[in-house]
Design a protein. Structure first.
Length: 546
């Protein structure tokens, strides 16, 4: 159990009963279902922290990722982007590894564990070179990847995130290979932790090498490959890195609260509470005021919600929170649809998107309203740090979270999070779709820091977007150059499928949606003081024509 649960139990011994909680979890894991009596936690509307660690998906998921160690470069992309905290990295000194293996009686198991480790440039060659120059420096270490078979849902996103390295592949789970996964995972749990000298503070991805980074322990009831869960894991890891256990969450009713409290499993190791759908920022203001009164000004408070809860029905509450100047950080999990209620549209939905309440038919071809841009609106509030980012761009994402925590005042982080079922995207493509959303201008990334200057252009940065001075991204390929525009993105998602005819040509509505994305991108360029070469050429041509 996490430290928060221990503290909680000391303050409320009259009802705290962790043995009963374990009894309930064990019963659920063995198929007892809802026929058992409620435990005392439920009587207080509480689910203990970190109980998701007891959940076992090993008998459900048909596939598992297999490591091809010799191809691994220790980039940690698979670890960063796993939505279920099912894959982790570990650095081990050769002597520490040998000392542990000496106590493993089975030769076959020793060979199995050794095969998980590899010499990489990052942790072996680099450190060996340092050792040559400085005898007191740590020498080269081995790196390994470890999969938790009880948490993996078999989505395959880790394989996609691994990319061209080809260090992971999905294989069928069998009665013969599953025991090996349990042996390997037992080593990860019981073996030596990553030594601090191999965690580079300048490389934000290395945060995930620390055991304490696991603030979201998996066992959540989220869909396979959920785009939201990966982002939440990363955010919690960075928050813990900055302030330790001194943080908490108010969460708007939505997917994040449903899969975060699928009784009796809670994947969060941090205290969080749930209020009404549109009330998370309002509740956060109350929590913040109380914390400040009792001397907890150094505690970080996050308010979580989807685009429905934050920029649609709950926008007024969010706006009030941002205007208050209170030190609260808001995370918007932007799926552009009400995922939790079966795919209704919101004011964050794209023109032409097919969804409940805006069904694509003969007369009306999907949603017709323009999308509301919450990050753009948030910038217009006084003294608010704003960032629009995506989880797969780990460096950009972590810097945004780190700066939001450091900023003395309200902050808003808007993150594109794919909803696979509602957008008809494959389970392993959350990573890919987030990158494509950014490249196609469907979801440009940027930061706005009030302390960076006096003008919007000084405060705003479009760094990280490709082809930043063009209308659309001009991507270099082996065949030459490819233009990545909104249509490129739309072709990959089922929500826009009906807008393409049998020849693949887009409808007028989808072209209008594409124009909306271009107008938004040009607005961001103008605000950031970035000259758009294509726009300038277009204006010059119109002027010459007159």
């Amino acid at each position: 159990m996490s430290e928060q649960v221990k503290i909680y139990s000391e303050k409320t011994p009259q009802w705290y009963d962790i043995d009963r909680a374990k009894e309930v979890m064990n019963a659920y894991n063995t198929g007892a279902g809802s026929g058992q009596p409620a435990d005392k936690f439920v009587a207080h509307s509480a689910v203990p922290a970190g109980t998701g660690s007891y959940r076992d998906f090993s008998y459900i998921a048909p596939d598992l990722p297999e490591l091809i160690a010799e191809n691994c470069v220790a980039c940690m992309e698979c670890v960063q982007n796993c939505p279920d905290s099912a894959i982790w990295g570990r650095v081990s000194k050769p002597e520490d590894l040998e000392a542990y293996l000496a106590n493993v009686p089975e030769a076959g198991e020793r060979d199995l564990l050794k095969a998980q480790f590899v010499q990489t440039t990052k942790f072996w060659k680099t450190y060996e070179k340092k050792k040559e120059k400085d005898a007191n420096a740590p020498g080269g270490a081995l790196f390994g990847i470890f999969i938790d078979p009880t948490k993996c849902k078999g989505c395959g996103e880790c394989v996609v995130a691994c990319g061209d390295h080809d260090a992971l592949k999905m294989i069928k789970k069998t009665k013969d290979n599953l025991p090996n996964y349990f042996s390997i995972w037992d080593f990860y749990k019981n073996g030596p932790e990553t030594p601090n000298e191999y965690v580079n503070p300048k490389l934000k991805v290395d945060i995930m090498l620390k055991d304490d980074a696991n603030q979201y322990v998996g066992g959540a009831g989220s869909c396979m490959g959920c785009g939201e869960a990966s982002v939440i894991r990363q955010l919690l890891a960075m928050t813990h890195e900055k302030v330790g256990h001194k943080y908490g969450i108010t969460a708007a009713t939505g997917c994040n609260t449903v899969y975060g409290s699928t009784y009796p499993y809670n994947p969060f190791r941090v205290p969080w509470m749930n209020s009404l759908f549109e009330n998370a920022p309002t509740v956060a203001m109350g929590v913040r005021a109380h914390w400040d009164q009792i001397g907890k000004k150094d505690h970080v408070l996050w308010a979580f919600g989807g685009d429905g809860a934050m920029l649609d029905i709950g926008f007024q509450a969010l706006s009030r929170m941002l205007t208050s100047g209170m030190n609260i950080k808001a995370l918007v999990l932007d799926t552009q649809v009400y995922s939790n209620t079966g795919g209704q549209t919101s004011t964050g939905t794209f023109i032409g998107q097919n969804a409940k309440m805006s069904v694509h038919g003969k007369a009306v071809k999907g949603k017709w309203e323009r999308r509301k841009e919450i990050a753009n609106i948030a910038m217009m509030h006084p003294n608010v740090y704003v960032a629009q980012t995506i989880g797969p761009m780990t460096s950009h994402f972590y810097k945004c979270i780190e700066r939001a925590i450091e900023f003395d005042g309200p902050a808003l982080i808007n993150v594109y999070t794919t909803c696979q079922p509602e957008h008809q995207v494959a389970d392993d493509l959350s990573y890919t779709q987030a990158i494509l959303a950014m490249e196609s201008r469907a979801f440009p990334i940027f930061t706005y820091d009030p302390e960076a200057g006096d003008t919007i252009a000084e405060r705003m940065s479009l760094q990280g977007n490709p082809s930043v001075k063009r209308d659309w991204h001009h991507k270099k390929t082996k065949e030459g150059e490819e233009i990545v525009d909104f249509l490129t993105f739309a072709r990959t998602e089922g929500r826009f499928m009906k807008h393409f005819d049998k020849n693949g040509d887009p409808s007028d509505v989808l072209l209008e949606s594409m124009h909306d994305r271009l107008l938004n991108w040009r607005l961001l360029q103008d605000l950031a003081g970035v000259t758009n070469e294509d726009w300038e050429a277009e204006k010059a041509a119109k002027k010459a024509k007159k």
